[in-house]
Design a protein around this ligand. Structure first.
Ligand code: NAD
Length: 485
């Protein structure tokens, strides 16, 4: 029985759903039709206060539990998410418009992976013993305290779990604010965590836009802020967090290069470019949207790419045959349409796509521009939609320099059969999450995050533990204290 689209209440605070209808109304719009499918209310100051107070109150007892006990709850939640994957995926498809053929495989399931992985690590979080002759130092790995998570709209379930799982595993409490565009999925994550045995107050979800996010970031009781969002928002949130010397993780935007050498397996390279530009209708932060193709294979690449794009099944996200859905919102679609017009005005060659589909909802065709030059806006700015820019190159040093000539540094990919070249090139690309003969894989075991303006810190993997805990070092003297007087 799929979930009701209208949530029980707007917020999940202190272990239960809560409502305060005096908060501004936030309609939830189904991107495939443009219809309002649910209504939630923005968190009022009273809701924000309850969320922060209950998180603060619950955190110490949670941190005092053994890691194995904490982990057991997270792993139970992971199992429950997997059992309910279909219902959660249907909800995710309504929240975001992404087709069920994607959400069934990458959203709730990757959230469950994070809960299982960090649940497993929780019991293994230890300090170390440092011998110093007779004396010694030991370190304790301690939680940061109260963490705030702020999400983007493209992966609402995944982001809620990728932030919540390591935070809880390390003994922290979290207040999570989903994007105002996709408020539904994180509530289910909170509900399931508590059903799995998470004590009340440890994972709260409250709704709202930038003002609610700002109130959380600015609160003196908050120890850490983890944001997934755009660079302009990251700049504001990072600055606000710095006021209170708070820890941060910043998962921000990108304009990542995908370099395809002349010896690449062309079908695989085309497949990588499709995954790196059109999955989730192009609304993926790590997308390889600057596709540098060696001059000698460019036309063959474009031909095969166009043939494969013609096979895209664009339509109802709930039909499992559909593999390309709408943009998340009217606003996002208009932003992307603006870039398509700019690309044409700048003189790029429109190879395929470019139009809005004549149907309800926010559907844009998968779009490819060729003959793009480095200075064009479509090659420099994050579009966050289904628009690929193909640029030609001649040699390795040139393409490395051009690939790095950007303020962003989230991801990078290389397709070549020459593995020595693959490692040499990847070693020089300024990016945090890289791929050789593949694109956009994000297993929980691998660190994920950006270099340069694309971010600070890493999510997933053991590296995330560093960002949700701190070390206390304890010097232990075994003999007498020698003081100067
Ligand atoms: P956005 O920056 O507009 O909003 C992100 C979140 O920040 C939202 O929840 C929003 O309400 C909140 N926010 C806005 N202003 C705030 C403020 N002053 N204080 C606190 N919170 C505030 O981003 P978006 O449009 O939701 O998402 C798209 C962007 O996210 C793209 O740039 C994309 O690349 C990026 N993204 C990055 C990753 C990653 O892991 N690196 C993943 C997904 C999306």
């Amino acid at each position: 029985m799929p979930y009701d689209l209208q949530p029980v209440a707007s917020h999940f605070v202190n272990g239960r759903y809560v409502e305060d209808i005096s908060g501004a109304s936030m309609p939830v719009i189904y991107p495939a039709t443009g219809e309002i499918i649910a209504q939630v209310h923005e968190a009022t100051p009273a809701i924000i206060e309850d969320a922060l107070t209950s998180a603060r109150a619950a955190q110490k007892a949670w941190a005092a539990m053994s890691g194995t006990e904490r982990g057991r709850i997270l792993r139970r939640a992971a199992d429950m998410i997997r059992e309910r994957n279909r219902d959660l995926s249907i909800l995710e498809s309504h929240d975001t418009g992404k087709p069920l053929s994607e959400t069934l495989y990458v959203d709730a399931t990757s959230g469950a992976d994070a809960l299982e992985y960090f649940g497993g690590l929780a019991g293994a979080l230890t300090g170390e013993h440092i011998p110093l002759g007779e004396d010694w130092v030991y370190t304790r790995r301690e939680p940061l305290g109260l963490c705030v998570g702020i999400g983007a709209w493209n992966y609402p379930t995944q982001i809620a779990c990728w932030k919540g799982a390591p935070a809880l595993a390390c003994g922290n409490a979290m207040v999570f604010k989903p994007s105002e565009t996709t408020p539904l999925c994180a509530l289910k994550v909170a509900e399931i965590l508590h059903e799995a045995g998470l004590p009340a107050g440890l994972y709260n979800v409250i709704q709202g836009g930038g003002a609610v996010g700002g109130a959380l970031v600015g609160d003196a009781r908050v120890d850490k802020v983890s944001l997934t969002g755009s660079v302009p928002t990251g700049r504001k949130v990072y600055a606000a967090a710095a006021e209170g010397i708070k820890h941060v993780t910043m998962e921000l935007g990108g304009k990542s290069p995908l370099v395809i050498f002349e010896d690449a397996d062309l079908d695989n390279a085309v497949g990588g470019a499709i995954l790196g530009n059109f999955y989730s209708s192009g609304q993926v932060c790590s997308n390889g949207t600057r596709v540098f193709v060696h001059r000698t294979i460019k036309e063959a690449f474009l031909e095969r790419l166009s043939a494969r794009l013609a096979q895209a099944v664009i339509g109802d996200p709930l039909d499992e045959a559909t593999n390309f859905g709408p943009m998340v919102s009217e606003r996002q679609m208009q932003i992307v349409q603006g870039y398509i017009e700019t690309g044409q005005a700048e003189g790029a060659r429109l190879v395929t796509g470019g139009a809005r589909l004549d149907r309800p909802g926010f559907y844009l065709e998968p779009t490819v521009f060729a003959d793009v030059s480095d200075g064009m806006a479509i090659a420099r700015e994050e579009i966050f939609g289904p628009v690929m820019a193909v640029l030609d190159f001649e040699d390795e040093d040139e393409v490395i320099a051009r690939a790095n000539a950007t303020e962003f540094g989230l991801s990078a990919g290389v397709f070549t059969r020459d593995l020595a070249r693959a490692h040499r090139v990847i070693g020089q690309l300024e990016a945090g999450s890289c791929f050789i003969n593949s694109y956009n894989d994000a297993p929980v075991e691998a660190p994920f995050g950006g270099a340069k303006m694309s971010g600070v810190g890493r999510e997933n993997s053991k590296a995330a533990i560093e960002h949700y805990s701190q070390l206390k070092s304890v010097y232990v003297r075994m003999g007498n204290v020698e003081a100067p007087f």
